[in-house]
Design a binder for this molecule. Structure first.
Ligand SMILES: [Zn+2]
Ligand SMILES: [Zn+2]
Length: 329
């Protein structure tokens, strides 16, 4: 008995010496406050000699049941379940900053103020990534929906004061002309206001320069028509050092549904049949050719590859790396 008691007595006698330790676990010590903020939303990769920076504008609860078409509620839920998701699915709003070495190009601009707190974070993330808006030479818009064009405006001034904006003429002709409002369902009406208001200062300054069809915008960047989601929806193809990246705008809205089932469309498509055809074609080509994809609404950073699976496709997110050493090719 004595032997067992001795250590306990020793421990008790030592307690006063550890008074500070006792204090640390006492009620006077406040818990560390939770931060509840995400890491800065930028992600960088090299494509040959071109630097690509994905910029997050925000995330936004996507009302899958109200927006997805051609799949049905049960079908959508079953596919979401396979990815451990439930409606509404938090969707990313991504844009991509491309530094060719000569020019700094922003592909899409996020929603600006048009999505409330869910958007408008692109500028902070652009600065966090090491750039300033004054450095952006050109902005290429995949289309003129609010979550792509809204970020060019800063309360009636140009958010990118030195930039020229490029967009397919079929989109600028359509969305900048209020007369076309009568030809679309009511829920697309705000898209006209968003495009007109966001681009007003650039139009007035002669800095909106539409292009037609397929166009070489820079030696490394081509515009490829991809109509359907909107009349002038465009894919920007960037090539350097034998690698290719396709910034494909709104080819996919909900990855968990549209990769396994590419014929699921969204009610915001101007021409759902053409949008579906574009998606099927893009998936097939990207799976075959192995191009990088940079997607506006796939979970940030929205950069990855596509693989063909039984009866559909799957998304392979880019492997994370901190190795951004200059390309030697
Ligand atoms: Zn869109
Ligand atoms: Zn979009």
């Amino acid at each position: 008995m004595k032997r067992q008691f001795l250590p306990a007595l020793l421990a008790l006698s030592l307690l006063p010496a550890f008074g500070t330790v006792t204090d640390l676990s006492g009620p006077a010590q406040a818990a560390a406050p939770q931060q509840r903020t995400q890491a800065p939303g930028f992600y960088r990769m090299m494509l040959g000699k071109v630097e690509i920076t994905a910029l997050l504008d925000g995330t936004h609860p996507f009302p899958v049941h109200e927006v997805m078409q051609g799949i049905g509620r049960a079908g959508a839920d079953a596919l979401l379940e396979r990815s451990d998701l439930h409606a509404p699915v938090e969707g990313s709003i991504n844009a991509f900053l491309v530094n060719t070495g000569d020019r700094l190009v922003l592909i899409d601009s996020g929603a600006g103020v048009l999505y409330g707190k869910d958007g408008g974070h692109l500028m902070a993330n652009l600065r966090a990534s090491g750039y300033a808006p004054e450095q952006v030479d050109e902005i290429y818009l995949t289309h003129l929906h609010r979550d792509h064009v809204g970020g060019v405006d800063a309360g009636g001034a140009m958010a990118f004061p030195n930039a020229v904006i490029r967009v397919n003429r079929r989109d600028s002709d359509f969305w900048l002309d209020p007369k076309n409002r009568a030809s679309v369902p009511g829920y697309l009406g705000p898209m006209f206001d968003g495009a007109i208001d966001s681009l007003r200062t650039y139009v007035a300054a002669g800095r909106l320069k539409p292009f037609d069809g397929e166009a070489r915008l820079l030696p490394e960047i081509d515009a490829i028509p991809g109509p359907g989601h909107t009349p002038g929806h465009t894919i920007y193809r960037i090539r350097s050092g034998g690698q290719t990246l396709l910034a494909w705008g709104d080819i996919v809205h909900v990855a968990a549904i549209q990769f396994p089932k590419p014929d699921a469309t969204v009610k915001y498509d101007s021409d759902a049949a053409s949008a579906e055809r574009q998606r099927e074609q893009m998936f097939a080509e990207a799976a075959k050719n192995g191009e990088w994809i940079a997607a506006a609404h796939i979970s940030f950073p929205g950069i990855g590859h596509i693989r063909r699976d039984d009866g559909g496709y799957s998304w392979l997110p880019a492997n994370y790396t901190t190795d951004l050493a200059p390309a030697t090719r």
